[in-house]
Structures are given as structure tokens and as C-alpha cells.
Design a protein around this ligand. Structure first.
Ligand code: PCA
Length: 186
């Protein structure tokens, strides 16, 4: 079983992004599955392209994309990717996409295909607060999540938003659930 985990480079003038640091941390862990990681640029044009190339190359069984949500205090597992982008700040290439669909004739939203509730329970059981989110934002993370779910309908895939200073153990527990219960539930 191969799980691909993505994280993002820093953005918005920050010097670090915990989702990028997560990848380095995970690579030091002993995991029951094969882990592949990819660091994505925070650009509308480049992020999904880089993820897609990696998926096509490594052919993972599960894809878990991660990113930072600075205004949240817990790890949140996203329920849905939405077909909308409305950036509050430019991406790292200076591009601001405003109030538009991501895919013109695509569905308004696509549900995550990860065992969401079981992931949350596993993180909580390890003492790391986590909860469900139905709001992935309107920026690069949602852009990647929506395109991931839309372009790879056969893949078990979804998105985890991290708070600042996350306890990465919570994510490790979540990934172990994706390995042991790779079901697509809503
Ligand atoms: N968080 C941003 C993009 C990159 C990241 O780590 C977001 O939530 O859209």
C-alpha cells in the first residue's frame, strides 16, 4: 500500500509552512505503509500540476494533501472540495484568482474519499485535537483538493488542514487509518 502525502511551501510572507515540515517529519517515522511525499508550490498554476505528475509517476493507493490554515487551532479534515476560487491574497507567483469556478462544467462540490470520522477519532485517541471541516477555503489548498478529487475519481483522496504548530502525531495516526481502513465514506 502506497500513500502519497503532499505539503506546501511557505506563503503569505511566512518563513515556514508546517505542512512542508510534516513531510520531513513523516520520513523519519516507521510506518506500516510505503510513504511518498511531495512538496507543492503555493501557486494556482503549479500546485496541482506537481501533484498530478507525482500521482502519475508513483501510482499511489491513497493521496492525502495537507496545507496550513493559520486561523484554526486544531487539525481539520476537509469533507469537500468546492468548485470555486476567490483568493484574498496573491499566490507565490503573484497571481490572484478572483470569484470564479475552477472547472467550468464541473460539479459544485466533490466529497473527500477518505475515512474522515475514523481519522478524527484516531487523532483524538492519541491526544491530538482534530475535527471535521466543511469549508476548505477558496485559495490554493481548495484548488488542489477539488482538482485532485475531480481528475482522479478512482483514488481514495482528500485534504487535511494543519494549524500553526501542529502535533504531527495526529496526522500519523490519521494516515495509519487510511492504510488500515481505506474506505470511501462520507
Ligand atoms: N495553505 C493555503 C495554501 C497553502 C497552504 O498551506 C490554503 O489553505 O489554501
Amino acid at each position: 500500500m502506497k500513500i502519497l502525502v503532499s505539503g506546501f511551501e511557505p506563503f503569505d510572507g511566512d518563513s515556514a509552512n508546517p505542512s512542508g515540515e510534516l513531510l520531513t517529519w513523516l520520513l523519519t517515522r516507521e510506518l506500516p505503509f510505503e510513504l511518498v511525499t511531495v512538496l507543492l508550490p503555493v501557486t494556482f498554476d503549479g500546485a496541482f500540476k506537481a501533484l498530478k505528475q507525482t500521482i502519475e509517476l508513483v501510482k499511489p493507493d491513497v493521496v492525502v494533501a495537507t496545507g496550513l490554515a493559520k486561523n484554526r487551532s486544531e487539525i481539520t479534515v476537509e469533507r469537500i472540495g468546492i468548485n470555486w476560487v476567490d483568493a484574498r491574497i496573491p499566490d507565490n507567483a503573484g497571481i490572484t484568482l478572483s470569484a470564479q469556478k475552477i472547472v467550468n462544467n464541473g460539479p459544485d462540490g466533490i466529497f473527500s474519499r477518505l475515512p474522515l470520522m475514523e481519522m478524527i477519532e484516531a487523532s483524538r485517541a492519541a491526544g491530538v485535537p482534530a475535527k471535521l471541516s466543511t469549508s476548505p477555503g477558496e485559495y490554493v489548498c481548495n484548488h488542489v483538493l477539488y482538482l485532485l478529487l475531480q481528475e482522479f475519481p478512482q483514488l481514495s483522496a482528500g485534504f487535511i488542514h494543519l494549524p500553526l504548530n501542529p502535533n504531527f502525531q495526529g496526522v500519523e495516526e490519521m494516515l495509519k487509518v487510511c492504510y488500515s481502513q481505506p474506505i470511501m465514506n462520507h
